[in-house]
Design a protein around this ligand. Structure first.
Ligand code: PMP
Length: 446
């Protein structure tokens, strides 16, 4: 038997008490080095490895509300919030209770459930462009399948995506992705044959691309949140909608971040531009692995078993994930989104004043509850201008914040996700830390 668990002392199979309970008996370096021996780069997703900011990642043992704790027992105010998967904060009691109750009834069946029905109903009610919804396991699966559906419906192959938009790691969509692809300075990925991206056209964000009769779909982050935070220029989304209508291409909104984050209706409600297909993830699973895509009835009906476009998943519509997601959605309403926007505005105003006050070049875009940090003197409007962010300055600020107990994402192209758990006191603590951190960074500037 593999000796990896002291079952007498710890109820969770597979854990070592000192590591799992954050007893301060382990250290982050030890965990990272041991992980690196068995996991490439020591991480399950590249951005987490701190390559963009340097140093050793902290290994999390626990989260509660706005906080996470690492194995050394350090507490951080967490603005990562699982890259936007959490909107109510860590370990929200109602979400934990829902997961516990669901788990007691079994963790996966491979059969239809009433909870997946209810989650799909909730999405169709909140996002009227989605008449039908299919649940999947990750944002990557959602975008990959939405593109397949668009190709199946139109019989065309070309897909237009925008530079700096990230749609997960499906082969055809990796070209000039933001997020970790940008952080690592990659234009795409090794291992993707040119044939897989031959039908992908990359266009600059916020400019209307040429859409010809071979284009199956235009996929876009309606608010770009993987090259810092870049909003759509006035008329951009409307122009995409009109051009798709004219040419018969389908418009796919990747709302994996914006869905149920900008409001119940996502970016499409906010900008009143509606997609043919929409991808969801993150918030709809309350921190469990679930995502979805939905769209026009005639379009979605091409999916198996109704039609010829195949898609499937052993764990799709998972009982725990749907329980968590439904619990989160039941706690969201327009008043909550107003409150989140107020929180984000307070954070954005505070960060802007603190960092600019120290004499550093900074733009802090705020869109609804989303907050970006762009260390440059001019705002970003597309990938080219987003790349002007000073990555070294971000790294220095990141570490100065971490030392003061505030965890930002370890990459200059990621954004901050203040949520319901970040109350005014916590926001003001972040801003105070930012003022001291920015002063420190400014004093060490060459
Ligand atoms: N689309 C967008 C806009 C995203 O931000 C992400 C992930 N950050 C994805 C798709 C991919 O989602 P996942 O990591 O769940 O595959």
């Amino acid at each position: 038997m593999i000796d990896f668990c002291d079952a007498d002392r710890c109820p969770a199979a597979g854990c070592e008490p000192a590591l799992c309970r954050g007893l301060g008996l382990a250290d982050n370096v030890e965990v990272f080095e041991r992980s690196s021996r068995v996991i490439p780069g020591g991480v399950s997703s590249p951005v987490r490895a701190f390559r963009a900011v340097g140093g050793t990642p902290y290994a999390v043992v626990r989260g509660e509300g706005p906080y996470v704790w690492d194995v050394e027992g350090n507490r951080y105010i967490d603005l990562v919030q699982s890259y936007g998967a959490l909107i109510l904060g860590h370990a929200h009691p109602a979400v934990v209770a829902a997961i516990r109750a669901a788990a007691a009834d079994g963790t996966s069946y491979g059969a239809p459930t009433a909870r997946e029905m209810k989650l799909a109903e909730a999405i169709t009610q909140c996002v009227p462009s989605c008449a039908l919804v299919r649940l999947v396991n990750s944002g990557t699966e959602a975008t990959m399948t939405a593109v397949r559906v668009a190709r199946g419906v139109t019989g065309r192959s070309k897909v237009i995506k925008f530079a700096g938009n990230y749609h997960g790691h499906a082969d055809s969509l990796l070209a000039e992705g933001g997020s970790g692809v940008a952080v690592l300075g990659l234009s795409g990925s090794a291992g993707v044959p040119s044939s897989a991206v031959a039908a992908t056209v990359v266009a600059p964000y916020n400019a209307l691309p040429e859409i010809d009769a071979d284009v199956a779909a235009v996929i876009v982050e309606p608010v770009a949140a993987n090259m810092g935070l870049v909003g759509p220029a006035p008329g951009f989304l409307e122009a995409l909608r009109a051009a798709c209508d004219r040419t018969g291409a389908l418009l796919i909104f990747d709302e994996v971040i914006t869905g149920f984050r900008l409001g119940l209706g996502g970016a499409q409600a906010r900008f009143d531009v509606h997609a043919d297909l929409t991808c969801f993830g993150k918030v709809i699973g309350g921190g469990l692995p679930i995502a979805a895509f939905g769209g026009r009835r005639d379009v979605m009906e091409v999916l198996a078993p109704l039609g010829p476009v195949y898609q499937a998943g052993t764990l799709s519509g998972n009982p725990l994930a749907t329980a968590a997601g439904l619990t989160v959605l039941s706690r969201l309403d327009p008043a909550v989104y107003d409150e989140l926007a107020t929180t984000a505005a307070r954070l954005g105003d505070g960060l802007r004043a603190a960092i600019a006050g120290a004499g550093l070049p900074i733009n802090v875009p705020v869109i609804g509850p989303l907050v970006g940090l762009h260390f440059a003197s001019t705002p970003a409007t597309d990938y080219e201008s987003a790349k002007k962010t000073d990555g070294r300055m971000y790294a220095a600020f990141f570490h100065a914040m971490l030392r003061r107990g505030v965890a930002l994402a370890p990459g200059a192209y990621e954004i901050a996700f203040p949520g319901r758990a970040h109350d005014t006191t916590v926001i003001d603590q972040i801003v105070d830390a930012a003022a001291a951190a920015a002063t420190e960074v400014a004093s060490k500037r060459d």
